[in-house]
Design a binder for this molecule. Sequence first.
Ligand code: MG
Ligand code: ZN
Length: 181
Amino acid sequence: MNKVVFLDRDGTINVDYGYVHELDKLEFVPELMEALKKIQDNGFKLIIVTNQSGIGRGYFSQEEYSRFSEKMLELMKKKGVIIEQIYTCPHTDEDKCECRKPALGLFEKAIKDYSVDLSNSYAVGDRLRDLKVCEKYPVKGILYNPNIDVVNKDDKYDGKEITRNIVEFSSWLDIANYICK
Ligand SMILES: [Mg+2]
Ligand SMILES: [Zn+2]
């Protein structure tokens, strides 16, 4: 069984400029690497679960996406941070797939692939739809909200729908301290 931290990508790992795929828009959020290194050193595997509807909408190609992912993993590895796997949904809402968050298809695949120790695992995201997994499974949810004074806006979830197992932090170092307590 593996302890895992599921990570959203845009707005959680890299700054979300909207459909980010250009290498020059790859900018990590503050304190990320230090925090992830600490989490990893405490025995957690790091797995990214990401909606990339920019592919389905034709804003960028699968190749451009792969190039961006490779660069991201390379820069993280240089800091000693190893991402085990990136699970990607390339679809749009209209595709009605089972993998676009808040759907749990990708999480359920990851849970199987890595025989995840659910009650000792976490999900981190900047939107509540990233944390839907915490409703069905005993994974603890962490909302990363650098502008904690601002109400986190989300199209589908107003914060009342998912309350179980969720805490909110404005800094990655606080997240690392919470997970590694
Ligand atoms: Mg996000
Ligand atoms: Zn999908």
